[in-house]
Design a protein around this ligand. Structure first.
Ligand code: CTP
Ligand code: MN
Ligand code: MN
Length: 529
């Protein structure tokens, strides 16, 4: 390649050299050009302009032809402290010459200095050549990983038009209990969320993983028609809407939603009126459904964290309470509030959930609770879907006025748990009402029901619990998949087990956990996969 005559260019680039006189036999420094068949181009990047000027003059003096611009008169591209890929990228960006657009050889400065010493162009040896790795050149950036934990996904989604459509398809698959299709559409949607650009043509999808035939068809249709007929049909489908409605009730899963649909039920009101058997959680879910459908705001989440902090510290003054879930990822609203509780003295946190929830219940701050004690005897080496922490899935009673009127400064001064009075209608009335499964309207009342998940982790497991409860669900799923398939490790919200070394890998921070995987750290705001 090195000594071949020059040919194809992919763009019109300056062919004329400021030193064109050299082609007639004279160099700009007045010396005879001895090696007219050779054209050297010195890459200025990392070499600097003054050194480049010095080397240019030296080369002319030795009888070489030096080109100021990259052109097809160049046979040797000389770079100092640049990789082959960096040089190719630079030639494309600055000179508009693509990879196949020239036949010049990419060489290190060593070839140049040795040739100067020898006063003739030396044969290019392998050690002179700049290495070019093929994958990295296809796109000038690193290829996109199929694992969400190797991508940065912020809340600034540039492909909403496609991701919303794929989300409908994923939901529809989930409601049909088709796990495979649910995952395929979720992954396709997730990869589009991570793109830094808006897809405007099918070519934009080149080299992007996780896009199956079906998802590509959907994207293509939206690009061509603005909508996707399959998604349109789902959105007209009564079963889809009814199952989605029922499954949005706290405590109701897809199987139950489907059963009710097959029994002919269609609305939440019909469900309330029916005398079907409900679990305690479903009763509460129905009772507070109207409130629970209203998104929880960031201000409400902060306020609830503040209330829980006060309650926990009554019993454990040094306890640490962290807002996790969607709010930790930067979301402005969510379907619930997720709080993680721990204590620096391991063991002190045991049983705290009972004390806190009981006490808050007596204060009328909790409308519904379902406490789960610690269900594990120790760490598990198997990656499990559910963790074994002490936790409570609850519904809080949140005074609207307090949240509306309080700024951040007053938040720290006000104690919602001060005094003995029970606020509002209190728990007793609500609990009695729950047996009749009547509706608690959102409208006039002074409080709002809010779903809250409280999780208690021993300090040594805190980093793993924090990582596990921050989400998103797909991010967590891919982290575990990455651990298992690429690292032969088992990750859970409790621990990380290295199956090769047969040891647990401790961590006190999320950064350390990413380091155990050899993964670049992804902050919570970029885990919105
Ligand atoms: N999670 C879990 N075990 C559960 C429920 C949730 O480990 N039984 C974890 C999931 O990994 C999830 C995170 O807790 O990513 C938060 O769950 P959830 O509140 O359902 O979702 P968010 O991402 O917070 O979304 P939203 O804002 O709608 O609440
Ligand atoms: Mn949440
Ligand atoms: Mn939650």
């Amino acid at each position: 390649m090195a000594l071949m005559p020059r040919k194809k260019r992919c763009k019109d680039v300056a062919v004329t050299s400021v030193y064109d006189c050299s082609l007639d036999g004279n160099s700009p420094v007045g010396k005879k050009v001895k090696f007219g068949d050779f054209g050297v181009f010195l890459v200025e990047r990392r070499m600097g302009s003054s050194r480049r000027r010095f080397l240019t003059e030296l080369a002319w003096k030795k009888g070489f032809r030096v080109e100021e611009q990259m052109s097809d008169l160049v046979t040797h591209v000389v770079a100092e402290n640049n990789t082959g890929n960096e040089v190719l990228e630079l030639l494309e960006k600055q000179h508009g010459i693509c990879r196949d657009g020239f036949d010049a050889v990419l060489v290190d400065i060593a070839w140049f200095t040795e040739s100067m010493g020898a006063e003739r162009p030396l044969e290019v040896e392998n050690r002179h050549r700049l290495q070019v790795s093929t994958e990295a050149v296809a796109t000038s950036e690193a290829p996109i990983s199929s694992y969400a934990c190797q991508r940065r996904t912020t809340l600034r989604n540039k492909n909403m038009l496609f991701t919303e459509a794929l989300k409908v398809l994923a939901e529809s698959a989930e409601l049909s209990e088709s796990e495979g299709r649910y995952l395929a559409f979720s992954r396709a949607s997730s990869i589009l969320k991570s793109l830094p650009y808006t897809v405007t043509k099918m070519e934009d999808l080149q080299g992007i993983p996780n896009l199956g035939v079906h998802s590509r068809k959907v994207i293509k249709e939206i690009l061509e028609d603005g909508t996707c007929s399959e998604v349109g049909n789902i959105l007209q489908n009564e079963r889809y809407h009814t199952l989605k409605r029922f499954a949005s009730v706290f405590g109701v899963g897809v199987k139950t939603a489907d059963k009710w649909f097959r029994e002919g039920l269609r609305t939440v009101d019909e469900l309330r009126a029916s005398n079907g058997k409900l679990t305690k959680r479903q009763e509460a879910g129905l009772l507070y459904h109207n409130d629970l459908c209203v998104p929880v705001t960031r201000a409400e989440a902060d306020w609830i964290k503040h209330i829980v902090e006060r309650a926990v510290r009554r019993f454990l003054p040094d306890a640490i309470i962290t807002l996790t879930g969607g709010f930790r990822r930067g979301k402005e609203c969510g379907h619930d509030v997720d709080l993680l509780i721990t204590h620096p003295d391991e063991g002190k946190e045991e049983g705290i959930i009972y004390q806190v929830v009981n006490w808050m219940t007596t204060k009328g701050l909790i409308l519904y609770d379902d406490i789960m004690g610690n269900t594990s005897k120790g760490k598990s080496k198997e990656p499990e879907i559910f963790d074994h922490f002490e936790k409570c899935f609850s519904i809080f009673k949140l005074e609207k006025e307090l949240v509306n009127n309080l700024g951040a400064e007053t938040l720290s001064l006000c104690d919602p748990l001060a005094g003995n009075q029970t606020r509002g209608g209190g728990l007793t009335a609500a609990t009695e009402a729950s047996h009749q499964v009547t509706v608690v309207a959102t409208g006039d009342k002074a409080w709002k029901a809010v779903r809250v998940d409280l999780v208690v982790a021993p300090f040594s497991q805190y980093a793993y619990a924090l990582l596990g409860w921050t989400g998103s669900r797909l991010f967590e799923r891919d982290l575990r998949r990455y651990a298992k398939h690429l690292k032969n490790m088992s990750l859970s919200s409790h621990s990380l087990f290295d199956n090769e070394q047969n040891i647990y890998l401790p961590a006190t921070t999320e950064e350390e956990i990413f380091a155990h995987f050899g993964l670049e750290y992804i902050p919570p705001q970029e885990r919105n996969a």
